[in-house]
Design a protein around this ligand. Sequence first.
Ligand code: GLN
Length: 483
Amino acid sequence: MASGALAGKTIHELRALIAQGAISPADLLDDLLARIERINPSVHAYLDIDPERLRQEAEAQLRAAPRGGRLYGIPVTIKDNICVRGEETSCASRILQGFRPPYDATVIERLRREGALILPRANMDEFAFGSSTENSAFGPTRNPRAKDLDRVPGGSSGGSAAAVAADLAIAALGSDTGGSIRQPASFCGIVGLKPTYGRVSRYGLVAFASSLDQIGPLTKDAEDAAILLSVIAGQDPRDSTSAPVEVPDYVAWLKASPKGLTIGIPALPGAEGLSQDVRAAVDQALEAFRSLGVKTVPVELSHIDKAIATYYIIATAEASSNLARYDGVQYGFRAADGAGRSLLDTYLDTRSQGFGAEAKRRILLGTYVLSQGYYDAYYLKGMRVRTLIKRDFDEAFTRCDAIVMPTAPTPAFRLGEKLSDPLEMYLSDIYTISANLAGVPALSVPCGASPDGLPIGMQLLAAPFREEVLFRMAHAYEQARRG
Ligand code: GLN
């Protein structure tokens, strides 16, 4: 087989090939590592690739992997904010450079239990702050689908998305606080799922905004997302916000026809920033759903135009308190102590030198909205609007099974295009963040391309713990598109 031919396959295709004995996990690993070595220097989806060390690591994992596991021999790429025992986990920040967690995140444990090979470390925006992966302290990732590699892959899970899109990963895990799985999935032309809040354990995920964060899969199709979610989902005693809700057989649900289901179509805020190409692609997808026997009804999400303001208050408030622990004492980087420097100086120097500009901006904003005198005006008000947004979704899901809207208002933008204007960057999250505020699951699926070939994604949202509805619809849509 040609080099890279295995790296381009899906989990379900590779599982079948391995089960038939047509290929071995070692063949797959060789193929993938060779491709990473060749392509990663231009895409920069992975941080610090040392192929020899990765190979040795992966081979050791393979020897320990249970043969009957659902992911036996399948490499899964991991975003740099999910703890992998003994592996550097830096959140693409200088302040955590050199930090090696002494334990595995629950999702990593669950992947290993099924025989997966853990492949660290996908690039990201520092601490998951961003929508372009340009905020990585170690250089940006480039969108492999863009000619000349001049576009961003989206963010913050841009390394994970670019790796899957460039066949440098079979599948990946990312994290989504306000769109960080779905928006890069749509920019790179792949599938990405933010599960229901509480569906997947956050134990071992470096916290950004604890009431919004979820780990989820980035994959080549809906079936792979269903496979990965079945492995990582479920209650975990080490995360008290993980829910005691049974995990359905998501893969079995893929085969159920979506006929008879209802899609809700909301009026979209920010219509002036929505590109014609994106609008047309989503309209066409809705037509495809109608021909599959899905009904469509209008629904009202009357408060989602407040989602960006609400999110950037709540998320920064939580981030500022979560980031207070990085003081140079317990983790990673510490600024040099000179003569006459006090403990306070060490804290200040470490944080000034260790955090990048966007992290500092978030800490300042978050500290401000939580401070005495402003707490009621900002944080408390934000929490109230969050409840209204959640109610809009509750109400809408009494009338439909899923809601469809664009994942992002435009296809991938150019590197540097929004970097100097943080507000512009924040506005590109307009369609993704309400799912985090409401805690509902949302899946981004490719639904077309712009005239210059840039992928476009649509987003399907469902009621809490109804991920199977999303998989069922996305799978039927993919089959219909393939024809
Ligand atoms: N782009 C959003 C932000 O900058 C979302 C990031 C995320 O989901 N981690 O906060």
